[in-house]
Ligand binder design. Structure first.
Ligand code: ASP
Length: 429
């Protein structure tokens, strides 16, 4: 059986058995289910931790090496500019889809809910606390925070919101390396290459565990939520999913067909393993190692380009998240019967695009930014309690699009750098 088939099997079994468990074996009447879900948590956590464990060394080495190669071959400017342009354009498209769909389908009109209970929801209380902290930050600090004072400290807090600072350090350091030396045999470059390859080897071990890990995660999620978890926000969830599908099968497909001049279906089919990982883990960062391998081995993209684009993209290109944020804010505005002014709608579009760039690629990474966005346009933060119940499921869906977007951009950039740059990069590799 091929690896992706094993992953799919773990996934499907997780959903089916999880649903059977939810309806026929509730934990209250069948205490052994507690033990079973504990084992599933264990399998999922071990798998995820092995992957997360290598994210920092992998990210740092891949970015430094990627930028070193690009800088040395004098392709950095072109590749970085193209990546940034595609990122902003695709994010913008995603938010436009979000705004249009929410305006046309109106998922928030007529939603009934208990405002008081929502305000007391623990998830909402945590989010409100973070918003208070963010409110006291002066605007320029958002920029200064991007530059780490101490990269080791940023590495230690990479999953606590410091990953972008770590990336900035790695990018600058990689570029400085390319200015300092052109020598591939420099011991530091060799060391980075060794760290990169050893990290990928560990990922290979995690992949052996993946079918069990994915089963565990998916089983527990389904067992806890059942199929009725969507409740009265089912329509909202449907709007998000339709938006994600439009971005994937119309926008991305068109880009692959007309810009990269390749067959979109073939391309999507080659990426299926990364999609399964992204969906199951709900984390772009956890999927990064798989995406890197897939880009080099299956899609055969030039490693100098794919390492740079995918590693930056895992945190900085999140079209699914941008789309989700747009839908959530406008949905909540409809729920509260607020008519957003043109100015507020413009803020929603702009901030959603930027949030797609600034969200950490971890499960639920976008929630703090959505809260800030709500406050900006005058929507009560407690409204977010409405969507928390479906957030995990939608997180899985939007993360799949996030990862797909990174692979699409890697393909577009690879196909669109001029031959001279590619030759330079190949020669210097
Ligand atoms: N879970 C998403 C990711 O890792 C981020 C988010 O939208 O919450 O890409």
């Amino acid at each position: 059986m091929k690896q992706y088939q094993k992953l799919l099997l773990g996934f499907v079994l997780g959903v089916v058995l999880g649903l059977i468990g939810y309806y026929f074996l509730p934990e209250k009447s069948y205490p052994f289910m507690k033990l079973f879900t504990d084992f599933c948590t264990l399998a999922g956590a071990v798998f995820l931790r092995i992957i997360f464990m290598v994210v920092v060394p992998l990210l740092v080495s891949a970015l430094m090496l990627g930028v070193f190669e690009l800088g040395k071959g004098r392709g950095l400017g072109k590749v970085a500019t193209k990546s940034l342009t595609y990122t902003l354009l695709l994010s913008f498209m995603a938010v436009i889809i979000a705004v249009s769909l929410t305006a046309i389908l109106q998922p928030g009109v007529g939603v009934q809910f208990d405002k008081e209970a929502l305000a007391k929801n623990q998830g909402v209380l945590n989010i409100s606390k973070n918003v208070q902290a963010a409110k006291t930050k002066p605007w320029y600090q958002y920029f200064t925070d991007l530059i780490p004072q101490n990269p080791v400290d940023s590495a230690a807090r990479a999953f606590g919101g410091e990953i972008i600072a770590l990336m900035i350090f790695s990018l600058m350091f990689g570029y400085a390396l390319s200015c300092y030396t052109q020598d591939e045999d420099n011991p530091f470059i060799k060391m980075l290459d060794t760290i990169f390859n050893a990290s990928i080897t560990i990922v290979g071990w995690a992949m052996k565990l993946a079918p069990f890990g994915i089963f565990g995660i998916v089983f527990n999620t389904t067992y806890r939520m059942g199929a009725g978890f969507l409740g009265n926000v089912a329509y909202f969830a449907l709007v998000v999913v339709i938006g994600l599908l439009i971005q994937q099968f119309i926008v991305y497909a068109a880009c692959i067909k007309f810009i990269a001049r390749s067959n979109p279906w073939e391309f999507f089919k080659s990426c299926k393993e990364a999609y399964v990982y992204a969906f199951s883990t709900a984390s772009s960062n956890a999927t990064l190692p798989i995406a890197l391998e897939l880009a080099e081995k299956t899609l055969k993209l030039p490693p100098q380009i794919s390492r740079f684009v995918l590693t930056c993209g895992a945190s900085a290109n999140q079209n699914g998240t941008a789309l989700f944020e747009g839908v959530v804010v406008l949905f909540l505005a409809q729920v509260y019967g607020l008519n957003l002014s043109i100015e507020s709608q413009f803020i929603v579009v702009l901030m959603s695009v930027l949030a797609g760039v600034g969200t950490a690629g971890v499960p639920g990474g976008s929630l703090p930014l959505i809260a800030i966005l709500c406050v900006q346009v005058g929507i009560p933060v407690e409204g977010m309690g409405l969507i928390l119940g479906v957030d995990r499921f939608l997180d899985m869906c939007r993360t799949t699009l996030n990862v797909s977007g990174d692979l699409v951009i890697a393909k577009l950039v690879s196909e669109n750098v001029d031959q001279e740059t590619l030759d330079n990069l190949k020669e210097s590799a």
